[in-house]
Ligand binder design. Sequence first.
Ligand SMILES: [Zn+2]
Length: 610
Amino acid sequence: MSFLNSEALIDLLVSEQLLTDQQRQFIVLHKGRQRQKLIKQQLACRRQDDDCKQEKELPDLVDIIVSFDLESGSDPKVPLTEEMIMRAVSNGLKIPFKKLDPLELDISIVTKTIPRSFAINHLILPFAMHDGILEVVTYHPDNHLVLEDIERANQVTVRPYLSTRTDIKKILAEFFGFQRSITAAETQFGTTGTSSTIDIGNLEQYVRLASTKELSSSDQHIKAAVNHLFSYALEQRASDIHIEPKRDLCLVRFRIDGILHTIYKLPKAVHSAITSRIKSLARMDIAEKRRPQDGRIKIGRREEGQEAEIRVSTVPVAFGEKTVMRILNPDVIFQSLDNIGFSRRDRVVYNSFMSSAHGIVLVTGPTGSGKSTTLYSTLKQIASPEINIITVEDPVEMVHEEFNQIAVQAQIDVNFSTILRNILRQDPDIIMIGEIRDLETATHAVQAALTGHLVFSTLHTNDAVSAIIRLEDLGLEPFLIASTMLGALAQRLVRRICPHCAEPYAVDAASLRKLGFPVTGKETVELKRGKGCLQCRNTGYLGRLGIFEIFPMSDQLKKLIATKANDSELRQVAIREGMTTLREDAWHKVQAGLTTVEEALRVTGEIDVV
Ligand SMILES: [Zn+2]
């Protein structure tokens, strides 16, 4: 007879003051009958519900004591729970108690050291391994022979901890179920999966994220793991999720405010199952593992009525398929133009672009500089039922119901140019062209502007006036540039100082001047930085902010364009006419305590100081 089924347990609980003498008498008197009652309940449950069929163990004395709904012997207001009993046993028998946290556990240690059936039969869970010591939680304090078997089989010393049967069983089911359940999850997806999702169109697949409560009780472990990954990424404000196969394990990393953090190290065995799950959600070919693929997933969170879109891409690397998922959070993509970081002057100039009847506005910057956010936020602000907005994108980044969005499909020869050739028949007022890459697209943009349309587009240039040079390099006539272009802006994203832990500090003015910041007079300057706190994961930063340089087309610039002036001549005129450079705008935001010197230098480092 095991300890947890013996009267020695009751004695221990009394001496640990968890039970009173009166309660002891009550339990001893009624336990036989209560056991019969619990067994009957189990049988009834087994007939009704498949879940109960796995329930093999008969109720033990711990179950019986808990089922009496007693109060704690030391505190009548507290109901007696399984964890309280096991903590008392731990105390009485001098075996430490371990509260299991699934996020702390190394799944590979759990699943590699002992077979599943052995773990489940003996309610044993190995959870950590170091210096030849295997730490194991067990439910039964008198499991000595079993622990000795593990020591012999693994050539280790076992250090036992006690935990509750409920926790051990739950984690064993989740971990050992991980691999087995992906097969089931995939099969289910193939047959009935689509019925539980909402189809929004060819482009996307809609997946409702279960709430956290549902996740833990779900039996579809891979599904739950992937759902957990998505909701955790949203919760952490991650912009990208990387799933990288290594030789022995699989790394899950999140990009948060521009910086990659390793979040999980999963056993290698789970990698392909998780990748397959993501690929099937993104409607990619699960069987194709040697070619790069793209797809997208739309996720919504029930509680918050929030939706996000995830762009998925997979590429084969040395140890398997690497998956990168870009999370397009509508809260971030569609912002109020008041919040993205325009200075007052820049906002006035940009507003004049937006209220123009026709012309071309160019947004420039490298990948990841926030161009899409600026354009989407602009279109959203302009959008109204009377205005027809058409976008041509490669690919469509974020779907918005007020825009008519057309995706470039190079493989069937639907490119920017072919779409733009036909788009004017759709009577648009405003056209957004994802990117101008060639003369043909540039020419279509000019034609649209000349026929009375407002055109927004992007170019890959480092600064604003280089947009003019780039269009010339593509082969566009200078007079067409001068007559259609309303202006251009260049932008970068800097990390915003965490408001929860911002603190002032003094910086030497001379050293700032050396770095190229326009600091005048004073010996020291007071700036701000983030100390690091829970809210910002000790990075000192929370969220991001745009820095801009923007110029409107002017008569002076038009003259220079006609004479094919170079970029530094154009730039000087733009600055003379009021343009704040990226470096200056960054410095203003450092002074305002919004970002740091380091961030300003990081994103404007490659720019020449004029
Ligand atoms: Zn902070």
